[in-house]
Design a protein around this ligand. Sequence first.
Ligand SMILES: [Zn+2]
Length: 393
Amino acid sequence: MLAIRETGAEIVSLAPGEDNFGSGDDLGSWVTTLVKQNANAEKSKTVKTQTFRGVSQICENRAHHGPLPKFWETEGERYRKQAYCADPGKVADIYERVAKRESLSSIGRIYDMYPKGIKHLIRFSPNHTGVEECSYTDDIHGKLEWTHTVTPVVDSPLWWRANKVLDANLTDARGNKGGRPVAKPANWISGILDCPSCGGKLYVNDSLTPAGNPRTPKLRCSGTGKRRLSCGEFKGIDAQPVIDRISRIFTSATKTKILAFQRVTGNAHELEELKAGLRKIQARLSATEDDDALDALVAERKQVKARIDGFEIVPDTFDYAPTGQTVAERWNDGDDAEKRRFARAIKNAWGMILAERGGEWVITFMADKSAETRGAGDIVDLGDGLCFPRPAE
Ligand SMILES: [Zn+2]
């Protein structure tokens, strides 16, 4: 307090209702404040000691202590709480969904959870190890560490697969790159084609006239990047013929199969699963006191270690396998975002451009099927491991 005073600052109480007494900078207020500070420090010490006594008991009982994810609950009396998964079916389902790269927000809608809560649940290692590592630290008593045994919910390979998806940030939600929300979804052709004059992007302008009548949708240049300014050279064309022309490419591809990128050989993932299994055994070793169970675990660890040591890695190879869906089916069922994905894919693969031919604007492709460009654009990559071969037009 002297140090504070030396800087020229005043010591003022922030507590309400102390405007008249004990809040000024006089000696009486000083004493009052000192006593209060001291009492606070004492109280915090007492609370810490009492908490530590409780936690020591929990530690001795090897009971649960700490935060739990959703679907996990505790039962039993104070200092002897047993943690358990209240709904293993739902937890296993969430693991499966994340492992299959379903987006966290769509899983969240099913289970009324936030993405953060789903991540917490997936990362919670007792789900596969059956061992919760508990600890408590304070500055007076130091650190306590103990293990609490629970019933595991999923097997190690599934736990590992789901966590790997989170680590790699691979869930389907990645499709949404953010940006401001739009009041009205734009047509899928918006922002796909380049302006023939300036190289900016063409957007559909189909707003209402000032009189409230619908306009004929037009494709107009809106420039590049943040400076959404039209170049003024490309005067705009009717959007519908362009939309029809591009749609026809997909709707007519009734025999072109959508293929999915799949692993056909390779076992490196099995090695990772074995290693996850080893971590589970190690976690259980620290939590087991029964001699027979310990022997069994040591034997199991030996076995898994031997399998890891003797593991021969077959390199991963990938190939495309049919998904059972055709380009036309997927296009027709697809929403605006999906159609945009198709349009963008053929633009990238075949160099789709808007060009003037004999006074008319047409859609044309730079990668034709002539000899020198054979191979280019033969496979259209839709992203997310999906593709299709170039259909015969
Ligand atoms: Zn332009």
